[in-house]
Design a binder for this molecule. Structure first.
Ligand code: ADP
Length: 416
């Protein structure tokens, strides 16, 4: 940049007069004396964001772009200023660093006035103070309007992206639902044939064959269960699951569950204890769905507890400020526990903690992970009943087995 010191002080004073009108003659003289004329080629920064601000500038001719650096290293154009306009006053007033970069947009000449003479004159001249105040508030208002416009545009883009994601999610859910439905039908008949083969006297009479057929039946049953779970979860997610309410006794549900896991509990030398269930009032709910909720919780408690451990189911009635009177059922185990960061995530569909590849498979074998749907189904079903479900655990440790506790609260207010 070149200093155009050749310009006379008289010229500068006459240039500043209309720009800073209302100033006393001696103030104009003082500013004109302090002012230095500079010219800049296009693209050169006249002042740089982050640097200390020690002067104000008045554009003589040409124009400048005021630019703000954003966090992602991109730039935002704040405004363009032309002849007679002032810039750089904000940093001076706040005695701070420049909050924006000012760049010449074309060959530009500016008057630079140092901080000290400018502040001295400003202290003496209320009219200059008011003019600067008006300018600064005007810029703030412009910046506000620009931010609001950008925010609403960003909001529109986000809304469009959200709609697209929702459409994709629906397509994915539809695909999962249709595939699970289509696959479940042949698997159901496969299971029927395999069970018929299992009952066949010839198969029964050949031990080697019987073991093979039992293997086919067990695997097909598992496949059938997985497809049913996928269907349940996709219906719960898409609101396609109808709740058919009737009076439900929690102890009856647990009688069925106890019977279902009897063999596994004995085989794995576990203890299943039911506490306080008999005293629970009758709830209003969908018996099939509620059965699934507690089936998955007990199945998990068994799966994630080492042999010789204990699963305790505790029932009680509680009064909650938001849900009113509720039946609360907690399924506690002495198993491997859950890390704090996983306590909410375990309820996501297809979510499984730890190394997925290391999971064995089985409904009751220790760490015999499933497809990661049980808790998603449980949560969907509890929410559909207007209740809530959450997990508690001191942490995950396969050595010390701190245990987990899954709590379900079902409001009793729902009509029977
Ligand atoms: P999965 O079919 O894998 O059991 P779930 O949705 O039932 O799927 O559970 C999701 C994950 O939550 C499991 O893979 C397991 O890591 C964790 N989890 C669920 N219940 C327990 C529990 N009682 N103890 C420890 N971890 C559990």
């Amino acid at each position: 940049m070149d200093s155009l010191l050749s310009s006379s002080q008289v010229d500068i004073k006459e240039f500043l007069r209309p720009v800073l009108f209302g100033l006393a003659e001696e103030d104009l003289d003082e500013l004109a004396q302090a002012a230095v004329l500079w010219s800049f080629p296009p693209g050169v920064a006249i002042c740089q964001e982050g640097e200390p601000g020690d002067a104000v500038y008045v554009i003589v001719h040409g124009c400048v772009d005021v630019i703000k650096r954003l966090d992602d290293e991109s730039e935002r154009h704040l405004y363009r200023a032309g002849p007679g306009e002032l810039f750089g006053e904000m940093a001076i007033l706040q005695e701070g660093v420049r909050t924006a970069t000012v760049r010449a947009a074309e060959p530009t000449t500016v008057l630079e006035i140092g901080q000290e003479p400018f502040l001295t004159v400003l202290g003496r001249s209320p009219s200059l103070g008011v003019r600067i105040l008006v300018r600064v508030t005007g810029r703030l208002r412009d910046a506000d309007q620009q931010s609001i416009a950008e925010l609403s545009q960003a909001n529109e883009e986000l809304t469009r992206a959200l709609r697209k994601l929702e459409r994709l999610d629906r397509t994915k859910s539809d695909f999962i639902q249709v595939s699970a439905h289509e696959l479940r039908t042949p698997v159901a008949s496969l299971l029927g044939y395999a069970q018929m083969m299992q009952d066949n006297p010839t198969v029964q009479g050949i031990p080697g064959l019987r073991v093979l057929v039992e293997g086919v039946v067990a695997s097909t049953e598992r496949l059938h269960r997985v497809f049913n779970s996928i269907l349940d979860v996709s219906r719960l997610m898409t609101g396609g699951l109808q709740i058919i309410r009737s009076p439900v006794g929690i102890p009856v549900i647990f009688e069925g569950i106890q019977l279902q896991f009897e063999g596994a509990i004995e085989e794995r030398n576990l203890a299943l204890e039911l506490v306080g269930l008999e005293d629970l009032p009758i709830c209003s709910g969908d018996p099939d769905l509620l059965y699934k909720v507690f089936y998955h919780l007990v199945s998990n408690a068994i799966k994630y507890t080492p042999d010789g451990g204990r699963v305790t189911v505790v029932g009680r009635t509680v009064e909650m400020p938001d849900l009113g009177q509720c039946v609360e059922v907690a399924v506690e185990d002495t198993g491997i526990g859950i890390a704090p960061q996983d306590l909410d995530l375990v309820f996501e569909k297809f979510y499984r903690t730890g190394e997925v590849a290391l999971h064995s498979s089985g409904t009751v074998t220790f760490k015999g992970g499933g497809p990661g749907l049980g808790l998603a189904i449980a949560r969907g079903a509890v929410l559909a009943h207007g209740g809530r479900i959450w997990a508690e655990s001191p942490g995950y440790d396969e050595e010390t087995c701190p245990g987990s506790r899954f709590v379900v609260q079902l409001p009793l207010a729902a009509e029977l």
